[in-house]
Design a protein around this ligand. Structure first.
Ligand code: PEP
Ligand code: MG
Length: 578
C-alpha cells in the first residue's frame, strides 16, 4: 500500500495506465547547404502545428476548466519566444544541424538559465518549456502527440505529474482515478481532479516505479491510499467502500436547495470561489448562495496587456447580473507571486511572496487600480456587488484604497455614471500583521474574509507552492487556530461579519471548529465542497461547537489537534468521516 495526499474524494478501482513522459530519442544530423532553408521551413511548420494543437486542446477544454485553458495561452506564448525560436533557427543556419537537435540545444541552454533564476514562479515555467519543446519535437519527428485524449478505455492514471495541457486532454469518461508523484494539498493537480470529480492522491514517492501499466489498482481519495495489485479481500473491502461513498454523495446532493442551518437555527451562507465567470452557471447545482471570492487576476493572466475598463466592466456586470440577487465579492487584483501575467514579463523580486503583490501592486499603480475600481463600481449598479482588497498588511493600505475608491466615486457622480454608493467593502485577512491589527482594519471595512491559504504560508513561514516543505504547511497548527480565534474575537467586538475564503473553509474537518468561533457569517469554497460542509452544519449545534472549539484551542501540538479533530469528528458524524 502506498500513501500520499488525498486531493479529490472517492474510490476508484481499475487498470493502471502509466503516462509515458520518457525522453524522445533524437539524433544529430549534419545538413548540406542547400537543405538549410528547407529545414528552417520544416521547423516553422512544426511550431505552427504545435500552436494549433494547443489551441485545439484549449477549445476542448472550454467550459471545463477555464483557468487551465488560460495556461495554454501562456504555452503558446512560449512558442513565440525569441530565445527558443530564433536561437534554434540561428543554430540550424550556422551549425548546419537538424531542427530536432537544434531545438534540444536551445532548450538545454534555456534550462540552464532557469537554474540560475531565483524566482519560484519562473522556475516553475521550466517544466512548461520542456513540455512545449517536447510537443514541437514530436511534430518534427512525425510522432502522434500521444495525449491523454487517446486513452480509449477506462483506466486509473499513474504519472509523475500532469501538465495543464495533459489535464485538459483528460477524457473524463475514461479516467477513473488519478495518482501522481508530485503535488500538494493546494496544488493545481488536486484542484483539477476535484473539479472533474476524479478520485485523486498526489505526492507519492517513486510511484511510477512501483506500478506497471495493466496492474489492477485502487485509489482511495478519501484516505490518501494507493493499492496496486490488491488481494481479493482488500478488493472486496474497497468495492463495498466505493458503493457506500457513491450512496453518500447522492444523499449529499439532495440538500442542494436547502440553506446551511445548524440544529439550533444558526445560518451560515455557503458561497463559491470562482476564477472565471463561466463557472457561475454551474454554481446552483452545488447549492452555492453567491460568490464569496472572485479571483479577478485570471482576467489579467489570460490577456496580452492590461484589460481595459470596458473589458473589466463587462465581465463584472455579466457576473453581477447572472448571480443576482445573490452577492458576488470581487477581489481586486492579486497578481504577483504565483500569478504573473505574461505581459508583465520581468519579475526581479528575490522574494515575490513578500513583494509587490495584491493591494501593494494596486496602490503602487493608482491609475490601473482606479480602472479596476471604476469597473467594479459601474457593475455594482446591476447586482449585489462587493469589493474586497487582497494582501492587506497594514490598515493604512485600506485607508489609502478607500480614499482612492471615494475619489473614483466622486468622479463618477460628477459624470452621472450610475453605481451603488453603499457598496460594501471588505479586506482579506491573510497576513500575520492583518491578524494582529484586525481590530483596526475592521474599523475601515464592512466585512473581512480570512484567506487561510496565504495566512498559513505567512504565519508558519512555509511556501505554499514548495513540495519540499509541504509537510510543514499545517492548517491545524495551534498558531493558525489561535490566529483565527483572534480575528473572530475582534470581529465580534466590532460587530462585523467574518467569512473564510481559503481552502480551510471548504474542509469539513474544520467546520465544527469554525462554527465554534461564534460569529461566522459565511464560508466561501470550491463549489464541490459545499454539499459536504452543509451536511456537517446541518448536524451541528452551536453550544457543542463552542465547547469543541475551546477544547481544540487548548491543545498544544499540531499532532494532538489532528488526532482530536479526526477522532471527535468521526464520533460526532460517523457517516461523514470514514
Ligand atoms: C487565500 O490566500 O486563502 C485566498 C483565498 O486567496 P488565494 O488562494 O487566491 O491567494
Ligand atoms: Mg491569498
Amino acid at each position: 500500500m502506498l500513501t500520499g495526499i488525498p486531493v479529490s474524494k472517492g474510490i476508484s478501482i481499475g487498470e493502471a495506465h502509466i503516462l509515458d513522459r520518457s525522453k524522445l530519442c533524437i539524433l544529430k544530423q549534419t545538413l548540406g547547404a542547400s537543405d538549410i532553408d528547407k529545414e528552417i521551413t520544416r521547423f516553422r511548420i512544426a511550431i505552427e502545428q504545435t500552436k494549433k494543437q494547443m489551441q485545439e486542446t484549449k477549445k476542448k477544454a472550454s467550459g471545463v476548466a477555464d483557468k487551465y485553458s488560460i495556461i495554454l495561452d501562456t504555452y503558446t506564448l512560449l512558442l513565440d519566444d525569441d530565445i527558443l525560436v530564433n536561437d534554434t533557427i540561428t543554430k540550424i543556419r550556422n551549425e548546419k544541424i537538424n531542427a530536432e537537435w537544434a531545438i534540444t540545444e536551445s532548450l538545454n541552454k534555456s534550462l540552464l538559465l532557469f537554474d540560475n533564476i531565483n524566482d519560484d514562479y519562473l522556475k516553475g515555467k521550466k517544466d512548461d518549456l520542456e513540455l512545449v519543446v517536447h510537443g514541437v519535437i514530436k511534430n518534427l519527428l512525425g510522432h502522434s502527440q500521444n495525449t491523454l485524449a487517446d486513452i480509449q478505455k477506462p483506466v486509473v492514471l499513474i504519472t509523475h505529474t500532469l501538465s495543464p495541457t495533459d489535464m485538459l486532454s483528460i477524457p473524463r469518461k475514461h479516467v477513473l482515478g488519478l495518482a501522481t508523484e508530485v503535488g500538494g494539498k493546494t496544488s493545481h493537480l488536486g484542484i483539477f481532479a476535484s473539479a472533474l470529480g476524479i478520485p485523486g492522491v498526489v505526492g507519492i514517492n517513486s510511484l511510477t516505479t512501483k506500478v506497471n501499466t495493466g496492474d489492477q489498482i485502487i485509489i482511495d481519495g478519501i484516505n490518501g491510499k494507493v493499492i496496486p495489485n490488491p488481494t481479493k479481500k482488500t478488493l472486496e473491502h474497497y468495492k463495498t467502500k466505493q458503493l457506500e461513498h457513491k450512496k453518500y454523495e447522492r444523499k449529499l446532493l439532495k440538500n442542494i436547495e436547502r440553506p446551511a442551518i445548524t440544529l439550533d437555527n444558526y445560518r451560515i451562507r455557503l458561497m463559491a470561489n470562482i476564477e472565471s465567470i463561466n463557472e457561475i452557471k454551474t454554481l446552483k447545482s452545488f447549492g452555492a448562495e453567491g460568490v464569496g471570492l472572485y479571483r479577478t487576476e485570471f482576467l489579467y493572466l489570460s490577456s496580452q496587456s492590461f484589460p481595459s475598463e470596458r473589458d473589466l466592466y463587462e465581465n463584472f456586470k455579466k457576473a453581477a447580473q447572472e448571480i443576482a440577487p445573490q452577492p458576488i465579492i470581487i477581489r481586486t487584483l492579486d497578481i504577483g507571486m504565483d500569478k504573473q501575467p505574461a505581459f508583465l514579463k520581468k519579475n526581479d523580486e528575490d522574494n515575490p511572496a513578500l513583494g509587490l503583490r495584491g493591494i501593494r501592486m494596486s496602490l503602487a499603480n493608482p491609475e490601473l487600480f482606479s480602472i479596476q475600481l471604476r469597473a467594479i463600481l459601474r457593475a455594482s449598479f446591476y447586482g449585489n456587488v462587493k469589493i474586497m482588497y487582497p494582501m492587506i498588511s497594514d490598515v493604512q493600505e485600506v485607508i489609502q484604497a478607500n480614499s482612492l475608491l471615494d475619489k473614483v466615486k466622486e468622479e463618477m457622480k460628477e459624470k452621472q455614471i450610475p453605481y451603488n454608493d453603499d457598496i460594501e467593502i471588505g479586506a482579506v485577512i491573510e497576513t500575520p500583521s492583518a491578524v494582529i491589527c484586525s481590530d483596526q482594519i475592521l474599523k475601515e471595512v464592512d466585512f473581512i474574509s480570512i484567506g487561510t491559504n496565504d495566512l498559513i504560508q505567512y504565519i508558519l513561514a512555509v511556501d505554499r507552492m514548495n513540495e519540499q516543505v509541504a509537510h510543514l504547511y499545517q492548517p491545524y497548527n495551534p498558531a493558525i487556530l489561535k490566529a483565527l480565534k483572534q480575528v473572530f474575537d475582534n470581529a465580534r467586538l466590532a460587530g462585523k461579519k467574518v467569512s473564510i475564503c481559503g481552502e480551510l473553509g471548504g474542509d469539513p474537518l474544520a467546520t465544527l471548529f469554525l462554527l465554534g468561533l461564534s460569529n461566522l457569517d459565511s464560508l466561501s469554497m470550491d463549489p464541490h465542497a459545499i454539499p459536504h460542509v452543509k451536511k456537517i452544519i446541518g448536524q451541528s449545534d452551536m453550544k457543542d461547537a463552542k465547547k469543541f472549539t475551546e477544547q481544540l484551542l487548548n491543545l498544544n501540538t499540531t499532532n494532538e489537534i489532528n488526532c482530536f479533530l479526526n477522532d471527535e469528528m468521526r464520533k460526532r458524524y460517523p457517516l461523514d468521516f470514514q
